[in-house]
Every structure is written in C-alpha cells, then in structure tokens.
Design a protein around this ligand. Sequence first.
Ligand code: AKB
Length: 315
Amino acid sequence: MKKRILIIGACGQIGTELTVYLRNKFGKTKVIASDIREGDDALMASGPFEILDATDYNAVEEVVMRHEITDVYLMAAMLSATAEKFPMKGWNLNMDSLFHVLNLAKDKKIDKVFWPSSIAVFGPSTPKVDTPQRTVMEPSTVYGISKQTGERWCEYYYNRYGVDVRSVRYPGLISYKTLPGGGTTDYAVDIYHKALKHKKYICFLKAETTLPMMFMDDAIQATVSIMESESEKIKIRNSYNLSAISFNPKEITASIQKHIPEFTISYEPDFRQAIADSWPQSIDDSEAQTDWGWKSKISLDEMTKIMLDNLRDKY
Ligand code: AKB
C-alpha cells in the first residue's frame, strides 16, 4: 500500500491516541509521528518520530518529502483558553500550520489532509440547541476565529485547487490516556482525576453550563472514518458538525457519584465561563451521519465508567 501518514502534533490529547490507532491499522512504519517536542515513552517506542515545528514550512516540507507522505493529520493547535492569553501566538500557530499543509497539497506533494475544526466556530448569536450545520457563525474567541477562518480556507482550497481536505468540528474531548491542554472543556477530564484523588473538585464553569462533548474513542473513529471515506461522500469541505453527548458540570458530577458517592463539586467560574457561554449546548450532526455514516457510540455513564476504571490505578 502506498499510503504513508504524517501526524503533526502527535503528542497532544488527540494525536497520542490517533497515532496508536493508525499504527495498529496501517502498520507502524507507515505512520510518522511528529511534534515540537518528544512524547511519552510509549509513543516514542511505538514507531518513527520526528521533531517538527508546524509553523516552519521548510521543515514540514522536508519531512513530507523524505518520508514520501501521502496523508497529513494536522493536530497541532492552540486551544481556546490559552489562545485568549496569547492571541497572536494562537492565531499564528493555528493559521500558519494550516496554510503550510494546504499548500503542500495544492502543490501535489501530499494527497489528503485532515484538519480539525471545533464547536468554537460558533458564537453567542448561533442557535444553542441542535446547532445546525449551516447557521449564524460569529465566534468571539481567537481560537474560534482561527477555526472559522481555517474552514473558509479549506473549502477555498478544495474548490479552487482540488485539495482533498476533510474536517470535523470536534466538541470537548475526554480521554484517560493524555491530558488536554488549554481548552475550555478541559474540566470534563480533570474532574475524573480529582474525583479519584481528592473526592472533590472546584469547577471553573458554572453548574448549568451545558456543552457538547465526546469520548476520545468516538473522536478517533470519526477522524479516521472521514479520512478513509471515498472522496465523493465528503460533500462538505469546510467542516462537518459532530455530536455525541451534551452535559453540564452538575450532570457529570451525578454520573461520577454513581461510583464515588462521597464526591462533591463546588464552583468558581473564571474567564473560561464567557468562552463556554458563547458556544452551543448541543449539535445537529445529521449531515455527517448521512454523508459518511458517522454515529457516536458512547454515553455519559459509559464514559464515566471507562474513565474511572482506567484512572483508578493512578491514585
Ligand atoms: C477547547 O475547549 O478549546 C477545545 C474545543 C472545544 O475545541 N476542547
């Protein structure tokens, strides 16, 4: 098989699990992991790795050419909370890395691109419940602006240059293998660690802040599934809405209390509350379901059990 994959940002929350999944599926030598710094021992031992700065076009091109890469998964990004602190850094990382990869595809140096978008493309004026695929989008965060802009460029490169780019709008992602970094939905991972360690958690969002979320296994399935679908099935070339579960801090607490009855939560909202308030509560992903057969599998209670079972030994 000619396919050779490069994952940029392989040591991050999604990249770590995506690397393992793709190596199991296609063979470890076919999947080159890369990041600005080395990952954990398991990732480093699992196959080829390159130190790579996603904002350096020459470096990305060199790795692509040397490894005869066909498919790039661009997972490097600065998330919502960190990008509010470092707006220009966030903008530059999120946009430069995307242009580098789109231009490599335009110049036929790679065949296919996966680029993650986010529910952050939506803003305060977007309908909050069952947010449609096409609707008002006025993002109010740096991260959201960069993702919405990226979506427009993906579609432009597809229409103008025939670049085979595929994208989904991830909700908040929850996993036990790697911690997220710098997002507004990160509380939904941290809460499991604190529930096991301290039996209590101070949440930076209010009790009733409902957000769209997803367990990592579902996110990996969606990512690989859209990339492996026949091109004709991918009718949307900006980014597909994706949905799994929606919950608020109060509801995830109740789910944890089914296993740890003494667990308590208190609330100290910070600047991330405003970000969360600008995002939808639930997402309509019917176009992803129709076009390439997407369907989420894991419920809140199933996720809670998996998270607690896998993190218990750590504490
Ligand atoms: C974040 O909170 O910034 C991310 C996202 C929703 O894209 N998890």
